[in-house]
Ligand binder design. Sequence first.
Ligand SMILES: [Fe+2]
Length: 278
Amino acid sequence: MTVVAHVSDIHFGRELPEAVAALLADLAMLRPDVVVVSGDLTQSARRTEFAQARAFLDRMPAPVLVVPGNHDIVAVPLSERFLVPFRRWRHFIADGLSPEWSDAEVLIRGVNSARPFGPYLNWSRGIVSAAQVEALATAEKDPRPLLVAAHHPVAYGNDTARAYDLVTGAERLLATLARRPKSVLLLGHRHRSHASLWNPAAGERPAASGDRLAGDDRLAADDVLILHAGSATSDRLRGEVNAWNHITVGEGGISVAVRRFVAGRWDEAERLVLTWPA
Ligand SMILES: [Fe+2]
């Protein structure tokens, strides 16, 4: 069994100090094997915010795998944004933008979906390139579950208003992951916890309704499990409370407990349990 803490959208600069302190204590208590941070460690990519993010990561009770979000790219000066968009990220957070972590039971890959600009007006959007998806295909034959961490949404989930643009390359990423069983996406950006399933024939469908599963709890071989973590520590909550995903990956399946920050403490709010394909 491997325990993965999936936290996202920390947003130093707009963080709630009491949620940060309590989160560090919650993680120390639950002792995950690895902590995955799916982007937006800062609000405005300021050096002071990155320094806070660095200190936060240094206090994690386990190895950390982290990918950037759109907020982690400096907005101004534009010269820095266009020419060296990840300079501050590399200085404070991590050298590589495609981090990996694995143990005997699970393979985790990070994919950077944040871009300084793109062929669209809304520069908070992201891209997963063909080369990035191709790099993931090398894990196709690996029998271990594959968890892919990225920042931007690949499907609309419970966002009925479709307020967010999907990451460019979403279909290609999903279709590639669907070619291998036991594929899971760990995403952020929306500041809302959500779980859904995607496969090439049916598209996206809810993974759970309330705390009960909608239908069978056994994943199909071509199902991709899409998990969004809420914002762990920021005050930008979009109608939800702060949340993170406490994930257990085992031989038989995967369990996802959403931990929410209510009345000054973190507690498990709901749990989804899915069995791997036979
Ligand atoms: Fe965010």
